[in-house]
Design a protein around this ligand. Sequence first.
Ligand code: NAD
Length: 499
Amino acid sequence: MQELTHFINGEHVKGTSGRFADVYNPATGEVQAKVPLANKAEMDIAVAAAQAAQPAWAAVNPQRRARVLMKFVDLLNRDMDKLAEALSREHGKTFPDAKGDIQRGLEVAEYCIAAPQMLKGEYTDAAGPGIDIYSMRQALGVTAGITPFNFPAMIPMWMFAPAIACGNAFILKPSERDPSVPLMLAELLEEAGLPKGIIQVVNGDKEAVDAILYDPIIQSVGFVGSTPIAEYIYGTGCAQGKRVQCFGGAKNHMIIMPDADLDQAADALVGAGYGAAGERCMAISVAVPVGEETADKLRDKLIPRIEKLKIAPYTAGDDVDYGPVVTKAAQENILRLVQTGVDQGADLVVDGRDFSLQGYEEGFFVGPHLFDNVTKDMDIYKTEIFGPVLSMVRAQSYEEALGLAMDHEYGNGTAIYTRDGDTARDFANRVNVGMVGVNVPIPVPLAYHTFGGWKKSAFGDLNQHGPDSFKFYTRTKTVTSRWPSGIKEGGEFHFKQMD
Ligand code: NAD
């Protein structure tokens, strides 16, 4: 069986802790590799290498740093199919979806080629006699990121592309469920000319995460994953004096107004609810039709679409709609939550519980589920299921539908389907959710805007990518200078207005 490694100081390094996790092929249920789980001593080696390499990298001019990312983007395109294949094999998502995962990360690397422009700083000439003031954005030093299983290419790139562009060293602790692609990305960065020690991948679980959180040299921690872990990392990291941004779970509502094009809305719901087996933080998991007539019509349009979905391994072709979920535990948890929905009185109008795929009976497949008449008190409404399960909550008015999205503890993404500009504008302005779609079901912002939720979906002030990322990965220093010709005789004892 394949034994994966860490990538420390430019080398593939075997784990020395003696602890490993199994990496599955979710389509077959077989263990295909084992990944080492680092201890503190292994993290210390990576941190020391990062600390030694970072000052020279920060001294490289930003345009040259950007050129490394330009080359990296070329290499991603060169190896796109190879990366996507490795990604699908460990994650289970379809081949086109795996390419999308890489593509969306690639676009962040492309955006970060703007580093020379983004890092220019500010300058005030003649703020007083002979006095000039300038501010610059300097790298933090050694930075780190902890990423989830569901986007093993895109989310590491959200973090390391700006971190590196700003002159930092970056240590990635990827998900132990699908660690191969992050290792391949680090290799490609080095092939693109990144010096050793600037990108490192240390595989692991809580022990490696704690080694990051308590390391005094690591200046910042980025996290994307579930909300309980986000809260733990945010609290612990901040208490250690680090700069921390954490992005958590979601329960994204889509509101369907009576005037919406219901065929478009149904198509959108099926893609956004069941794509990637529902394992997206921006998946739509709650449909809120407004009015009984809208709800009945929408349900009639959804059922045949859902029943037609092609669920198969990525190897079955590009027309597969979704593949298996990531682990047996995830599969069991989804089915357990479906059962709570039935027990608590929701109508299971599409029942995927008996789904099985010939030849892949041991794979972690979950059939599609649609619940109708879901209410706010049910577990399937309150909990992030992270599987192919869509809940319909019927609302009698726009205000009631808006209130549902507003009152939910998560606030990652939401969407409204309507032809009415007034309603759409009101929704976008009032809803307390970080990313809003108007007739767009998964409103993931492009690389040059920022990505981030509200409420229990995000902790920290700055979002991912876009201009915020250059702020997160640098700190501002402001210099006030006066040359001798501007200095008057005698000391100054009081704060005063500039002459
Ligand atoms: P997870 O929280 O289980 O794991 C995320 C990372 O945390 C992994 O690297 C894991 O090794 C580490 N980790 C797990 N348990 C830990 C512990 N006890 N202490 C310290 N570290 C620990 O999440 P996941 O299952 O990999 O990913 C799915 C979750 O991520 C969902 O909740 C999804 O909504 C969320 N997500 C959010 C966003 C966003 O931008 N808001 C994006 C993608 C995924």
